[in-house]
Write a protein that binds this ligand. Structure first.
Ligand SMILES: Cc1cc2nc3c(=O)[nH]c(=O)nc-3n(C[C@H](O)[C@H](O)[C@H](O)COP(=O)(O)O)c2cc1C
Length: 216
């Protein structure tokens, strides 16, 4: 049975990112995979890379040696056959929790040698989901496409072949009337959430299923 790790890197465990991650997880399960879900913001304390270089010492090469709440997540990914990971766009980038995991996940695999570049010989399919206020159509113009390409390239090389799914123009709160946010049209946000978000959930499900059942 294939093992898939699904990670929600949004602090909200029932909103856009989490819903898409969980739907992709359901798709993987529908194809017979066993899925382990982590909500990063519900774990205990953790940090990004602390620059100890333990992962480069003989005996540990390729394994982060620092112990905190990310340790079981890193171990699960090491044993997995696929990774689903979703993050909200925070200030034009990934969330801080995503970034902490990303630093630990990627840096542990870097050999600092010209060849081979990576200690990781077990490359797995990766589905990288980003949600944002910004509509997908604006990604090129404001540099988000380039930002995502950078993550995609690094994840592909160090963790495994990566597909990116974007869900833009998300509903950020249930009641926009509470805030004086003149940037948004609450009616349009709600309409989009009702019409388009369900299709994005279906897409996430399909990608999760594909990760398990088809060549990636
Ligand atoms: C701290 C913070 C920073 C954000 N920065 C951006 C941003 O730079 N660009 C953007 O498009 N959306 C931004 N957003 C909006 C979120 O990316 C968007 O609402 C996302 O879908 C939230 O995911 P969630 O519903 O899973 O929590 C930001 C939200 C927060 C809370």
């Amino acid at each position: 049975m294939k093992k898939i790790v699904a990670i929600n890197a949004s602090p909200r465990t029932k909103w856009n990112t989490s819903s898409l991650v969980r739907e992709a997880a359901k798709g993987a399960e529908a194809e017979g995979a066993e899925v382990r879900i982590f909500d990063l913001y519900s774990l205990g304390k953790f940090t990004g890379c602390i620059s100890c270089f333990g992962c480069k010492l003989p005996g540990h090469q390729g394994k982060c040696v620092y112990k905190d709440a990310l340790t079981p997540v890193l171990e699960s990914i090491r044993e997995a056959d696929g990774l689903i990971i979703g993050t909200p766009n925070y200030l034009g980038d990934v969330s801080a929790a995503f970034r902490s995991l990303y630093e630990r996940l990627v840096f542990q695999a870097l050999t600092y040698k010209t060849e081979p570049r990576s200690y990781n010989t077990h490359l797995i399919p990766v589905l990288f989901i980003m949600t944002s206020n910004c509509a997908e159509e604006a990604y090129d113009r404001i540099g988000y496409t380039d930002m995502l390409e950078k993550y995609k390239g690094t994840l592909s090389g160090m963790v495994g072949p990566t597909k990116v799914m974007i869900a833009g123009n998300t509903l950020q709160v249930n009641n926009y009337d509470l805030y004086n946010w003149t940037m948004f049209d609450p009616e349009a946000k709600k309409a989009r959430h009702d019409e388009v978000f369900p299709k994005e959930l279906e897409k996430a499900f399909s990608l999760g299923a594909e990760m398990v059942s088809s060549p990636w």
